[in-house]
Design a protein around this ligand. Structure first.
Ligand SMILES: C[S@@+](CC[C@H](N)C(=O)[O-])C[C@H]1O[C@@H](n2cnc3c(N)ncnc32)[C@H](O)[C@@H]1O
Length: 186
């Protein structure tokens, strides 16, 4: 099966030496584009503010139209996605997973760009490619170790770990509270 092409629009809101999107592009695993308009129409956009979770059924769209991301500061994630994540994208949040990158280690949901890309690939059935992607950082494979049970269930379309991790049935409410608490966004 063909792999999805990965496109990232990066706003310069962090230290480029630490930015994981730049590293993905440097190793040829993603393409940086110069504006949100250059992200492919009809592609699956990983948008943490979206209501619908990414599931294995998004795989065909990602393969044919691409997988897009907007890399920005977590403090500006809501305003940025409100501004740039237009209707012509298939907007998807990731199901709940735990970050292991050094900036947000142990925090749920607020992943780095490389963790988000790897998670999406894993859930859509591209496990080897997800592992290859994470090998770019020495902490990368720990993302799989920590999240393996959840990833395996999400990869068969089972979203029940979200309710278990949040400890409540209302996942939308739980995620919006998490985002507010972890990013300072109202
Ligand atoms: C907010 S940026 C921060 C990037 C960070 N500066 C870095 O160097 O990796 C992370 C991006 O990864 C994707 N992402 C992370 N967590 C996500 C989630 N839970 N659901 C959907 N997309 C997510 C989104 O595209 C998000 O904008």
């Amino acid at each position: 099966m063909k792999l999805p092409r990965i496109f990232i629009y990066r706003l310069p809101q962090d230290d480029p030496r630490k930015n994981t999107a730049i590293k993905l592009a440097r190793f040829g695993l993603a393409q940086l584009v110069s504006s949100a308009r250059n992200l492919p129409r009809g592609s699956v956009l990983l948008d943490p503010t979206a209501k619908s979770p990414l599931t294995p059924s998004d795989r065909d769209t990602a393969v044919h139209r691409g997988l897009s991301l907007i890399d920005c500061s977590w403090k500006r994630v809501t305003e940025t996605h409100n501004r740039f994540a237009r209707d012509y994208f298939i907007r998807r949040r990731l199901p709940l997973l735990i970050a292991v990158n050094p900036t947000h280690y142990g925090k749920p949901y607020i992943l780095s760009t490389i963790e988000a890309v790897a998670a999406a690939l894993y859930i859509m059935g591209f496990r080897d490619e997800a592992i290859k992607t994470l090998r770019l950082y020495k902490w990368g494979l720990n993302f799989i170790n920590v999240n393996l049970n959840y990833l395996e269930r999400y990869a068969i379309g089972d979203l029940s770990p979200e309710r278990e991790l949040l400890g409540i049935d209302d996942v939308d409410y739980g995620l919006s509270q998490l985002m507010k608490a972890l990013t300072g966004n109202e």
